[in-house]
Design a protein. Sequence first.
Length: 374
Amino acid sequence: MPPPTATASGAPEMVFAPVTNVIMQPTTLCNLDCTYCYLPQRRERLAMAPGVAKAVARALAASERVRGPVEIVWHGGEPTAAGLPAMRRLVDAFADLEVVHVLQTNATLINQEWIDFIGEHDIKIGVSIDGTMSSNASRIDLAGKETWTRTMRGIERLSEADIEFSAIAVVRDPDPAGVPEFYEFFASLGCVSLGINIEETEGVNTAGRSLHLERTTRFWEAVTAAWDRNPVLEVRELDRVADYLRFRPDVEDITRQDPIPTVAWNGEVTVLSPELAGYTDPRLGKFASGNILARGFDEILDRAAQAPWVREFAAGIAECARACEYFAFCGGGQASNKYWEHGCLDITRTDYCTGAKITLMEGVLAHARHRNPR
């Protein structure tokens, strides 16, 4: 498979796909203190000013690289910790644009006022919850107390108001034996979809977990089997495999990276990986490529394509394309995982590749073979 486009010097050049979503950080503050969280400033109340949101709206309207309607994903910290008056001002900044608002929340602060606001703006909701109370043990508050009860109360309020929501779960230990209980919890929760994230080494979460290839494959095989027995909700990872097997994207599409511009509370924009926002590397420099208060998205993306860390990441993608049999499905992995696991971005395989791509594909295929033996 051919690598990404090369420059005259032979160095790979990053090619960005159109902008279809923007991640916005309304506040760094979170009322939870999850043990696996990657955010370094989650105990600080740094808040996005309405002027930043207005600048993003202007930049989207002026950009030639936007494909709408754009998803505006409010992701923290905890967005509801910004307070409803602040969030209302931020959302109102996009009133004249065709956008879809998405709120990723732990749901512990959801009350009737938030329910009214969500319904008024037709906001899509994602709830972070890891499963049953025992599975949710890593999601504690700042006092070290459990938060499952409060999250479930928020979910009940969403359900009572007939507001659809998706769920995202972090799995610290991909144990196939625990999958039936794990899946049935979400099947009965009322969510329309489930995203499963194997815990990653990122940001201030440096604990690291060594994934066992065969065991993690069996975990994904068990997830596929559980869904096959009771397909009442979409599972994001299984949909990705199905889409790949159905459409088999060509290499040009694979090597065009989703820019995923992340706008921090202060207007700084980081591309490719939200988990790199706010960080600087002594060798590669600042990961942010500009501030939306001073530059539009088109200029920021142009600057990002030439940034040392992005060019190094492009080299890693080129090597993935050359050497990895899973590249057509994976597309080269995530910049943040390469950086946080190895301290550089031009390497190939990461624990993320193992946990979220390779074993996922192998687990789904293993279930298909067992279900339809020849």
